[in-house]
Design a protein around this ligand. Structure first.
Ligand code: PMP
Length: 410
């Protein structure tokens, strides 16, 4: 095969993708299927826990209604699945009405549609620092300015968010929404406190902004009390106005079905609907019916309890190993749930530059840089604990700490 000139059609590509390249770190990720590598890099749920027997059973139930399963469906989803979504949201104390739920092809599509609906080029979005890389990717198609706001162990610093909004306003930049992953944030593993959630809602009210509450991990809590969702706080005050809640079946069931949802007020959903018609007409009926067949019986609650047990054990294995092996100058977050731990190395270390050496030693992670739009986070990394067995996590952290110590001796 001849070598492909990646820039050959640069004069035809849209400005927004011209010069875009997959990052060096991402290319290294392609090597992660090599046998022997312990990858703490993915963000995968453990789908093996579901089992083929259960899948066969629900697939057989769906096959009984094959013509419908194989057909196009309504853009916003089948009614039955909206009832299931209301149950799932209720499990987190968030009220939902069927007409305020809109089905998407994963929460990822929700992020893209929100970008499409709200962002003109140059508009600003308030994001945590670091933030979910898939949100940065989805929003970047619409060429916004990303205003990163620092976090501490209680989540986004709301006073800093207020300053960022005021600064943007002074520069005549339109701030459109605040994007937050409030529970066990991807990538930092941090949870936004109840107090901050209230303050953030107040801030959005004060400046008449939308809040995008992206909550894929909320029910995956191992310890402590869940603070109320921002959507439930808004609804408790008698309105559903500015909080757009994104949910997904990826972490509580399977990413393979590619189904998520947007819960928002009618005006926003109307625009989202128009966007989804252009994007993919509708999500898969087949996937929706699989979910309905499984979730209708309520069995999913037991399944989540099983998942929690597995993930808690893995989280504990990771935190124990970090405490045992990491040098003193390294610190990390202590998530109460979800999938991720965020590790901060001494400032002079570069986690991206270190990755090839780590992979050579059979351990992989995601360098922190990709979770920022502004090149920050070089001395940080994201570690995933949901997908790897506890013994391998321990060995992986031991290997990683050796690589870090070697770098520190330079
Ligand atoms: N938001 C966050 C914070 C995520 O971590 C993910 C999955 N990695 C998504 C959205 C997208 O999830 P999905 O499209 O699988 O529903």
């Amino acid at each position: 095969m001849p070598v492909v000139d990646l820039d050959r059609f640069d004069f035809l590509y849209a400005r927004r993708v011209r010069g875009l390249r997959s990052s060096a770190a991402r290319d290294l990720m392609a090597m992660l299927s090599r046998p022997g590598i312990i990858s703490l890099a993915g963000g995968f749920p453990d789908t093996s826990a579901f089992g083929s027997e259960a899948l066969k059973r629900i697939a057989a139930a769906v096959a009984d209604d094959s013509a419908r399963a194989l057909q196009y469906g309504p853009t916003g989803g089948l009614e039955e699945i909206k009832d299931i979504i209301m149950d799932v949201m209720a499990a987190e104390g968030t009220p939902a009405r069927q007409e305020d739920v809109f089905l998407t092809t994963g929460a990822q599509q929700g992020l893209d549609l929100i970008g499409r609906v709200f962002l003109d080029e140059g508009d600003a979005v308030i994001c945590e620092a670091p933030t979910y890389v898939g949100a940065l990717n989805a929003f970047s198609s619409y060429r916004p300015r990303i205003l990163h706001v620092p976090m501490d162990r209680h989540g986004m610093d709301v006073a800093a968010a207020a300053e960022a909004i005021q600064r943007a306003r002074r520069q005549k930049v339109a701030v459109k929404f605040i994007y937050t992953v409030p529970n066990f944030q991807n990538p930092a593993g941090v949870t936004l406190s109840g107090e901050r959630r209230r303050q953030l809602l107040e801030l959005a009210r004060e400046h008449d902004l939308i809040i995008v509450e992206d909550n894929p991990y909320g029910v995956l809590r191992f310890d402590g009390e869940a603070p109320p969702t921002i959507s439930s706080l808004e609804q408790a005050s008698g309105e559903l106005e500015r909080v757009v809640y994104l949910g997904t079946f990826s972490k509580i069931f399977a990413p393979g079905v590619r189904l998520g949802w947007v819960h928002a007020q009618q005006g926003i959903l109307h625009k989202v609907n128009v966007g989804k018609q252009a994007a993919d007409l509708c999500s898969s009926n087949l996937s929706q019916m699989l979910i309905v067949a499984y979730f209708r019986s309520g069995e999913w609650r037991g399944y989540i309890r099983r998942l929690l047990k597995v993930y808690r054990e893995r989280r504990d294995a990771m935190l124990d190993a970090l405490a045992e092996f990491m040098p003193e100058e390294v610190y990390w977050t202590h998530p109460d749930g979800g999938f991720f731990v965020w590790v901060t190395l001494p400032e002079y270390l570069d986690a991206t530059a270190m990755l090839p050496q780590a992979i050579q030693r059979n351990i992989a992670y995601v360098p922190g840089e990709g979770f920022y739009a502004d090149g920050a986070g070089k001395n940080c990394m994201r570690l995933n604990f949901s997908f790897v067995e506890p013994e391998k996590i321990r060995r992986g952290i031991e290997l990683l700490s050796e690589v870090i110590k070697e770098r520190m001796e330079f």
